[in-house]
Design a protein around this ligand. Sequence first.
Ligand SMILES: Nc1ncnc2c1ncn2[C@@H]1O[C@H](COP(=O)(O)OP(=O)(O)OP(=O)(O)O)[C@@H](O)[C@H]1O
Ligand SMILES: [Mg+2]
Length: 275
Amino acid sequence: MAQGFRSGFWMRRKIVLSDLRLSLRKNAVLGLVGPNGAGKTTLIHLLTGIKRPISGEVLLEGKNVLDPRVRGGIGYLPERPHFYEFLTGRAFLMTLGAVSRMDRESLASRVPLLLERVGLKQAADRELRTYSKGMLQRIGIAQAILHSPSFVVLDEPMSGLDPRGRTELKELIRELAREGRTLVMSSHVLEDVDELCDQVALIQGGRLEHLTEDDERWREREEHSEFEVWAGGARYSSRGGPELHQTLSGLIAGGSRITSVKQVRRGWEGSIHVD
Ligand SMILES: Nc1ncnc2c1ncn2[C@@H]1O[C@H](COP(=O)(O)OP(=O)(O)OP(=O)(O)O)[C@@H](O)[C@H]1O
Ligand SMILES: [Mg+2]
């Protein structure tokens, strides 16, 4: 995938991202790191369908992210969010929910919970113009997850948060992943990314320089997958990883002929392909 911008008198196209190929795992957190101007926000704009790549495509569970129906399943915290200053935190979330056609009842029960979750319960009925930077960041995070999106993209979510806010946000991000969501976040704080992310992509000079995977969590996911094994006319089910190994060696040792091994549930799945 590639992306560029036309600028200057001749409107020459400057390529800011090129040869980018990336697969995200479902249920995992991908961290984007890289120096200022590396292309993280540009990549996030492509992942959320805000910008169209000049070549390649972004697929979310096989569907193009530019499709409005697909975009409805994405939650997004921009790098520089825009707020309606004269709305209260609560009214802001209620308004956004109404715009994205959430039904009033579920909205009325969800908004207070969400405000509490991001630590804004006390400030819920204050106008956003009276919020501090960190409080605005928190309400921005709340709006990103308001409609329970399965894909959540956060552009520098930790920026402006105090130590307690960072700890709480990390816990929230972990919770979102545990709930089965896929997350992408950019950050300049390597410790945060290291602690939180299952995959880390280093973007430098518009290229993907490096992608790491957390072996431990990879193994955990493997163990959460389920297999169906047919041997000697009988069906056995087994988790992946060492349990599958044990099941198979037990059957073989018992003299059964294994006729098929099929993965019936994946602990993780490459859900987004960026080509
Ligand atoms: N609208 C635009 N027109 C022209 N160039 C742009 C535009 N938006 C971004 N760029 C350029 O694209 C490159 C990547 O910018 P991007 O905002 O994606 O970087 P970033 O990694 O998010 O940086 P930061 O860490 O500062 O947020 C930069 O060279 C930037 O100047
Ligand atoms: Mg940026």
